[in-house]
Design a protein around this ligand. Structure first.
Ligand code: SF4
Ligand code: SF4
Ligand code: SF4
Length: 238
């Protein structure tokens, strides 16, 4: 059975334990920080930061709200990045978990094309030309351990397990959240393996809004499949 995350942002405190745990497990360096008038740091995902707790302060319904959003790759069920690459050596789906995994061979791809294909603005190109993002802590998961970010989360915001179990948990928590936040919703649960519960309309969560419509993505993916023999040679520009 494939795996999924359930991330309940309504109980996230913005502690960033998940962000640090991700760096620690992957041996990724810290990034230079600066005061940009926000507690969010660094400012964006990068080839050194696979997990970023995005922070916004917004006035909603007349009250100032803190919005925390622990951002990461969604491990899409029909991943546009994978469909765009059409090169299994570089981007593939691990069958047991459903994780979308990148290899060193991503340096052979047109990086901008892959980045543009992601509806959640996730992949980042490193200085060596390799594309990087969350790998679901696949080395931990195939050995029966939780992803590092989930293991470290102290509030129950981050959850991981069999997809069906996570969907049930998401529905249950959504029901509870709606008592306090009537506009609470799950983001794209039928399309991704990282299911977010958000308290307010998705428009308040900049990075949670899909850049393109699901219909558009489907058409794009279908078109790419149709013309695959023609595009395969130009997709790997070396
Ligand atoms: Fe690929 Fe983006 Fe989906 Fe992750 S979120 S699997 S990078 S399309
Ligand atoms: Fe980082 Fe692993 Fe969590 Fe992905 S699953 S965000 S790689 S700690
Ligand atoms: Fe939120 Fe949990 Fe990450 Fe802390 S560790 S920022 S509570 S998701």
């Amino acid at each position: 059975m494939t795996k999924a995350f359930f991330i309940d942002t309504t109980v996230c405190t913005g502690c960033r334990g998940c962000q640090v745990a991700c760096k620690q497990w992957h041996d990724l360096p810290a990034e230079e920080t600066e005061n940009r008038g926000s507690y969010q740091n660094p400012s964006d995902l990068s080839a050194m930061t696979y997990k970023l707790v995005r922070m916004r302060e917004e006035e909603i319904d007349g009250k100032l709200r803190w919005l925390f959003f622990p951002d990461q790759c969604r491990h899409c069920l029909d991943a546009p990045c994978k469909g765009t690459a059409m090169y299994e050596e570089a981007i593939y789906q691990e069958p047991a978990t459903g994780a979308i995994l990148y290899t060193m061979a991503t340096r052979e791809l047109n990086a901008q094309e892959i980045i543009d294909s992601c509806p959640y603005n996730i992949p980042r190109k490193g200085p060596d030309g390799v594309l990087a993002k969350c790998d679901m802590c696949i080395d931990r998961v195939i050995n029966g351990q939780l992803p590092a970010c989930v293991k470290t989360c102290p509030t129950g915001a981050m959850n991981f397990g069999d997809r069906e179990e996570m969907l049930q948990l998401a529905d249950r928590r959504l029901g509870e959240a709606r008592k306090k936040f009537p506009k609470a919703s799950l983001l794209d649960p039928d399309e991704v393996s990282v299911i977010y519960l958000v308290a307010y309309d998705r428009s308040h969560y900049e990075v949670a809004a899909r850049a393109r419509t699901p219909e558009g993505l489907t058409r794009q993916a279908a078109l790419r499949k149709m013309i695959s023999p023609l595009t395969r040679s130009v997709a790997h520009i070396g």
